[in-house]
Design a protein around this ligand. Structure first.
Ligand code: C2E
Ligand code: MG
Length: 272
């Protein structure tokens, strides 16, 4: 795979509304998928879809290089609709081939505010025939904290049968109390809490508190950014349900995920 360009595309005049429309029309956006693993059983339980832009002049761009611009211009709404449609089609394809795992899609604050999000979710499910219960929508804790009518918007989305996750959970202690008031199914503990798990008792206590909060709300707990086995074992000790991170796999394109699925079934001895 090409090296990702982390530079600032706006410095090169990217992206105008026209360029985003052109990029969508000429298939320059792509999704990579990162596996999620059940920590207790080691079963492969899902993937998170992560957007990239294969820019004709700048090479492969990671989301940090272009999402903020799309978010402030509102172009994230049509691009997000493409992400939803593509991830649902891919999820349905995996299910047809017998791999019945969940597919998670990140949804930004601007998308959540948009009146068209509900329609985009419903259309993507209908067109792909992907099972709604296997689609997870991820919202950042900060986006939810800033949106007064977040509970009713989330409730309307959840009524379609999809599951909802709070992303970056624990990154903003001020908004932790928010989770109890939201109709959610999953909390994804922020990578910054996992990094210091082994070296800092403060981080270890924070993770313990976040996991217990998740358990008291009867939601699934996910730890992201697991990079070493020590972190995995500590999270297993905390009874975290699901793990994600470079220890298991970096984000991959579909072909590489298909190879990963074959290898993983042999390695873990788990049916997929
Ligand atoms: P996120 O939702 O928290 O996604 C996880 C990010 O952490 C990904 O970065 C992933 O590559 C990275 N990561 C996963 N495991 C590890 C690890 O073990 N160590 C380290 N250091 N990093 C790890 P990525 O792909 O650059 O995405 C960054 C953010 O961009 C995402 O954070 C998400 O907020 C946003 N994003 C990505 N795709 C989309 C999309 O389609 N739509 C929207 N609205 N946002 C997206
Ligand atoms: Mg996410």
């Amino acid at each position: 795979m090409t090296t990702e360009h982390r530079g600032d595309p706006t410095a090169a005049g990217v992206p105008s509304a026209d360029e985003v429309a052109r990029a969508l029309a000429s298939d320059e956006f792509l999704l990579l998928y990162q596996p999620t693993i059940d920590l207790e059983s080691n079963a492969f339980v899902g993937v998170e879809a992560l957007i990239r832009w294969r820019h004709p002049a700048l090479g492969l761009l990671g989301p940090d290089a272009f999402l903020p611009v799309l978010e402030s211009s509102g172009q994230i709404v049509p691009v997000g609709a493409w992400v939803l449609a593509t991830a649902c089609r891919q999820g349905a394809d995996w299910h047809t081939r017998g791999h019945r795992f969940a597919v998670s899609v990140n949804v930004s604050r601007r998308q959540l505010e948009s009146p068209s999000l509900l329609g985009h979710v419903a259309d993507s499910l209908e067109e792909s025939r992907f099972d709604a219960g296997h689609l997870v929508l991820e919202f950042s804790e900060r986006a939810l904290a800033r949106l007064g009518d977040a509970p009713s918007r989330l409730a309307a989305l959840r009524a379609t049968g999809v599951r909802l996750a709070i992303d970056d959970f624990g990154s903003d202690p001020a908004s932790e109390s928010l989770v109890a008031s939201l109709p959610i199914d999953i909390v994804k503990i922020d990578r910054t809490c996992i990094t210091g798990l082994a070296s800092s008792s403060e981080d270890a206590e924070r993770v313990h508190r976040l996991v217990q909060l998740g358990k008291s709300l009867h939601v699934q707990t996910v730890a992201q950014g697991i990079e070493d086995d020590d972190q995995r074992l500590r999270l297993l000790g905390e009874h975290v349900d699901v793990g994600q991170g470079f220890l298991f796999s970096v984000p991959h394109d579909v072909d590489a995920i298909d190879r990963f699925l074959e290898d993983y079934a042999i390695f873990s001895g788990k049916p997929l």
